[in-house]
Design a protein around this ligand. Sequence first.
Ligand code: ZN
Length: 317
Amino acid sequence: MNLITGLHHVTAITGNAQENIDFYTGVLGLRLVKKTVNFDYSEAYHFYFGDEYGTPGTIMTTFPYGKDLINGRHGKGMLNTTAFSVSIDALDYWMSRLEKFNIPYKQPQQRFSEDVFIYLEDFDGLGLELVFNDKDERKGYYNRYIPKDYALKGIHHVEIWQDAYERTAALLMTQMDHKVINESSDRLRLGTENLPGKYVDLLSTPNVLKGLAGRGTVHHVAFATPDAESQLKMIERLNAYGLEHTGVKDRKYFTSVYFKEPGGILFEIATSGPGFDVDEEAAFLGEDLQLPQQFEEQREHLITVLPKINYPTEKFR
Ligand code: ZN
């Protein structure tokens, strides 16, 4: 049995909280499944966007630290692009939708002689793609503004740039249950299975500048493991491989272990459960500010320092 079953979430450093909500729920049509604070810095939000329930493999999470945060730079040693999976029939729809909201995008391109994709960036410059394909059975989240069949289905793959990707590939393949899915001159696609939501693309980019953390860059990528038991087995593998890690951290909606992969990118192993309905009903996910127990007594203070936010209105129809 695989200890790693695919991607769980991607977490990014972003700027303005309202713009962040507007982009991921308004433009892209994801559901805000949790509004909480950064568990390591409670005076900033932590937003989770995903499908209706925040199913692992559909989740983009953000730390919106505010507009004044210094811009990061895409580059090597970084996860530069998070790709979302969409139906192959949705290409025209998404090009006109992005145009409608004045979101610049690059013209469609083809990869591995199958998937057509377009590259775009969110309001903070975070690298994103929409990958149009007919392999994804996931339903996606239906938010009324976007026709059901055209909704984003979840993450398709993540794209990592390294000076040379061999050590990252070795870790993924020998310890994290990935195998080679596809390969081209400049790209190695690994995956736990040949399905969207389970791919990691590795690029060797020796001539590119090193990435710099900041607004519009990815903080870490999380891989899914079924439960606490499989997570402990993963820890044993990390120990045997000689990788330092944080031990198990309680993230309320899952438990996590963090470590730096050999190329310097922060990886997380997150359990699939208990899920986002542990502190609010599934029907009302994301509506109220949810705090972990250790921050409950700061609630009044946090409500005054966290920026006020609204859900997108009909302007994103
Ligand atoms: Zn995480």
